[in-house]
Design a protein around this ligand. Structure first.
Ligand code: SAM
Length: 261
């Protein structure tokens, strides 16, 4: 099989298929949080690091206003092309999630699958929390989904899944390459094995993510002075089943409320 050592984010068509399966559960959770934790109905949603905009599109289809940004121009182009195809006026834009300004504030922002961990320094993470605070109205929400590093149990290793659309099939495998808790860097290998009638190809990449224990995450949230934790869930996205985050927690969605800072 031909192997391409390229960023998976430079292949939005395959990325969108691989991560598209979870869209329904994530959309239901986002809308459920808005319903549960806001005092008035949400109108506008914002996603930093929106990638292909799979979730923004899902919300826009339901009649909500959306905003989105991503660092990768190919992902943004893919995202915008889908909105153009469906004659929706929304446009995502290219920007860094640690330093941006929106023209309008949202009721709810979300960042569900570890994208936040792409920010490689504490300074960038703090700057992100400040930029987000300017993008969400006081009383609004930021749903921040991260995979924490557990300190009391060994972290889980490796994951594989398949996705199919018509004649296109992508088998995805993710594994841990290295962990450096002192430098707070975790490196994950990821590969897409893509099978089409015209042949097969493998895209292989390495994701470099900053690590967070539950205490490091709590410290980031608290020192911002702009966000407080309203509730926590796991990636089961079950609103009826909130979790308590502790030293053995891994996948966590923080429901943060924008407070007056
Ligand atoms: C795991 S993908 C998630 C995409 C989308 N949120 C979703 O749920 O499908 C991570 C995304 O983060 C983007 N990204 C990485 N660093 C970024 C940064 N500093 N600012 C904005 N986007 C960034 C990547 O380009 C990629 O599209």
């Amino acid at each position: 099989m031909q192997v391409l050592n390229e960023s998976i984010y430079d292949h939005p068509k395959y990325y969108d298929l691989v991560f598209g399966a979870d869209c329904a559960a994530e959309t239901k959770f986002i809308l459920g949080c808005a319903n549960e934790y806001l005092s008035r109905p949400a109108k506008r949603f914002f996603e930093p690091a929106c990638g292909t905009g799979r979730l923004l599109y899902s919300l826009a289809k339901r009649g909500f206003e959306v905003d989105g940004l991503d660092l990768n121009p190919k992902a943004v182009e893919f995202c915008n092309a889908r909105f153009v195809r469906h004659e929706m006026p929304f446009r995502a834009f290219v920007a860094d999630m640690s330093d941006f300004r929106l023209k309008r504030k949202s009721d709810v922002a979300f960042n569900t699958i570890n994208s936040f961990r792409h920010l490689s320094s504490e300074a960038d993470a703090d700057a992100h929390m400040r930029s987000m605070a300017a993008a969400v109205r006081v009383g609004g929400l930021y749903l921040l989904g991260v995979h924490l590093t557990p300190t009391e149990v060994p972290p889980s290793d490796g994951e594989s899944w398949s996705a199919r659309r018509g004649h296109l099939m992508v088998n995805t495998h993710m594994w841990t390459n290295s962990r450096d808790p002192k430098k707070r860097v975790e490196k994950y290998g990821i590969r897409f094995d893509i099978h089409r009638p015209s042949g097969s190809v493998r895209i292989e990449d390495e994701l470099v993510l900053r690590s967070y224990t539950h205490k490091q995450m709590a410290s980031l949230i608290n020192r911002s002075g702009l966000w407080e934790t309203e509730a926590t869930y796991d990636f089961g996205y079950d609103l009826a089943d909130p979790i308590t985050v502790d030293a053995s927690s891994e996948d966590v969605v923080y429901v943060l409320r924008r407070c007056r800072g």
